[in-house]
Every structure is written in C-alpha cells, then in structure tokens.
Design a binder for this molecule. Structure first.
Ligand code: GAL
Length: 133
C-alpha cells in the first residue's frame, strides 16, 4: 500500500484502511520548508493510536508514542535524517512484534503494539508549521 499526501498544515485522514497484521504502508510526502514538525498516526481511530510518529525539527528528534485517551510514555529517537523542504518516503510495518518504521536512510525504529491492536484501520497525517508559509 502506498500513498502520497501531506503538505504543511494539512491533515489527511483515512478511517477504513485495510491494514491487518503483516501489512506494510509506504507514506510519501513533502516536508514544507517551514514545517517544524509533522506526524503520521496509525490506530483504531482518532482517540486510539497505536503509533504516533512525530519528527520535531525544533528538537532535532523523532518522538514516538501511543494514545489511548491520554499519551503514553514517549520514545525519543535522535535520528532525524531528513530535511525540511525535501520529499521523503517512510515505510511502516505492522506485525506481531509491533510497528516498525524505516526511515529514508534505512534506519529502523521499532515501537511496541502497546494497545494490542490486531488491525489498524485509521491513518492520520498531519503537517505542522508554526507560522504560515
Ligand atoms: C505532546 C504533543 C502531541 C504529541 C505528544 C506525544 O506534547 O502535544 O501532539 O506529539 O506530545 O507524546
């Protein structure tokens, strides 16, 4: 599965994706020059996110978390290998071990399936710049 979405300040949402255990999703998008963060969320719905993948340029890091009524414990990864103003592809795999995110340079980040989801029908991609372009 592959999709192209995402520019700054836009939200892209799919409610009924066929993402079962073993599915790989490729998200391709452009990071706006003035985006200070963006996020790719996967879960059961807006209030139940198995994976929040959140690169933050203001901290030069990637924050990963889950959300189930409230945010869980953050996993912070200092491997921000893609620049603002570039086009990137991020590959996300959902299997029995949890989520695996492969960054454009091949670096892999694993994140556990904390909520015990067996499918992930919900995707939300959020751009986010602090000021308008
Ligand atoms: C919060 C932020 C949320 C989300 C969360 C992840 O501070 O407002 O958007 O990124 O951290 O732990």
């Amino acid at each position: 599965m592959s999709l192209s979405a995402l520019t700054a300040q836009e939200t892209f949402e799919i409610m009924n994706m066929a993402m079962n255990l073993g599915t790989t999703l490729k998200v391709k998008g452009n990071i706006a020059k003035n985006d200070d963060h963006f996020a790719i969320n996967l879960g059961e719905g807006p209030e139940k996110l198995g994976l929040h993948f959140n690169p933050r340029y203001d901290r030069s890091s990637i924050v990963l978390n889950s959300f189930d009524g409230e945010w869980g414990k953050e996993l912070v990864v200092n491997h921000l290998c893609f620049a603002q103003g570039s086009e990137i592809t991020v590959v996300m795999t959902f299997d029995s071990d949890g989520f695996k995110v492969t960054l454009p340079d091949g670096h892999q980040i694993s994140f556990p399936n904390r909520l015990g989801l067996s499918q992930v029908p919900y995707l939300r991609v959020e751009g986010g710049s602090a000021s308008p372009p």
